[in-house]
Design a protein around this ligand. Structure first.
Ligand SMILES: Nc1ncnc2c1ncn2[C@@H]1O[C@H](COP(=O)(O)OP(=O)(O)O)[C@@H](O)[C@H]1O
Ligand SMILES: O=C(O)C1=C[C@@H](OP(=O)(O)O)[C@@H](O)[C@H](O)C1
Ligand SMILES: [Mg+2]
Length: 189
C-alpha cells in the first residue's frame, strides 16, 4: 500500500505519461511534475545530451536521484520516464510514493506516437519497432509488478484515461465522514 497520496504514471515511451499527467493534474488541481523535465532542469541540458555525454548509465543515476527526491513530496501527479522501472530502488520508491498507474500501449501505437520525436535517444535506431518490442518484453513484467492500476491507452481517448485515473484516485482518498468516525475515542476513566 502506498504511504503517500501522489499519482505516479509509469509505462513505455509514447504511452502518454507526460500528456495524461499534465491533463490529470489540471483536472485534479494538483501540481504536475515530469521526472524527465526535472532532470533536464537540474542539468541545464536535454536528455539526448545527457545520453551523449554520460551514456544510459549516467542518465539512470540522475533519474534515480530525482525519483527519490520527488517521492518525498505529497499531493503531486508524477510522470516518469519509460525506463524508470529498470532499477529496483526506483520500483521500491514508486510503490510507496502513491497510486501507481501503468499506462499500457501496443508497440504499433507507441511507434506512431513517437515517430516524429527526436528527443528519445533509445529510439534513434534503424529499427525502432524491434527496440520497442524488446524493451516491452523486459519492462512489462516490471511495470505490472508495481502497478496498482493498469489502464489501456490504445482504446481510450486522452479524456477517458484522465477520467478513469481520477475516479480511481478519488476512490482511494478517505471520505471525510469515515475518516472522522475512525478517530479513536478515548474511553471515560
Ligand atoms: N491517449 C492518447 N491518445 C492520443 N495521443 C496521445 C495519447 N497520449 C499521448 N498522446 C500523444 O503521443 C505523444 C507522446 O506522448 P507522451 O505523453 O510524450 O508519452 P510518454 O511521456 O509516455 O512517452 C504526444 O504527442 C501525445 O500528444
Ligand atoms: O524508455 C526509456 O528508457 C526512456 C524514456 C523517456 O521518457 P518517456 O517514456 O516519457 O518517453 C526518457 O526517460 C528517456 O529517453 C529514456
Ligand atoms: Mg514522457
Amino acid at each position: 500500500m502506498p504511504e503517500k497520496s501522489n499519482i505516479v504514471l509509469i509505462g513505455p515511451m509514447g504511452a502518454g505519461k507526460s500528456t495524461v499527467g499534465r491533463h490529470l493534474a489540471s483536472h485534479l488541481h494538483l501540481p504536475f511534475v515530469d521526472s524527465d523535465r526535472e532532470i533536464e532542469r537540474r542539468m541545464g541540458v536535454d536528455i539526448p545530451t545527457i545520453f551523449e555525454y554520460e551514456g544510459e548509465d549516467g542518465f539512470r543515476q540522475r533519474e534515480a536521484a530525482v525519483i527519490a527526491d520527488l517521492c518525498s513530496r505529497e499531493g503531486i501527479v508524477l510522470a516518469t520516464g519509460g525506463g524508470v522501472v529498470m532499477r529496483p530502488e526506483n520500483r521500491e520508491c514508486l510503490k510507496r510514493c502513491g497510486l501507481v498507474v501503468y499506462l499500457r500501449t501496443s508497440v504499433s501505437v507507441q511507434l506512431r506516437r513517437t515517430a516524429r520525436d527526436r528527443n528519445r535517444p533509445l529510439l534513434q535506431t534503424e529499427n525502432p519497432r524491434a527496440r520497442l518490442e524488446e524493451l516491452l518484453r523486459i519492462r512489462d513484467p516490471l511495470y505490472r509488478e508495481i502497478a496498482h492500476l493498469v489502464v489501456d491507452t490504445d482504446r481510450e481517448h486522452l479524456r477517458g484515461t484522465v477520467r478513469t485515473v481520477a475516479r480511481r484516485f478519488r476512490g482511494r482518498l478517505p471520505k471525510p465522514d469515515k475518516a472522522r468516525s475512525r478517530t479513536p475515542v478515548s474511553a471515560p476513566e
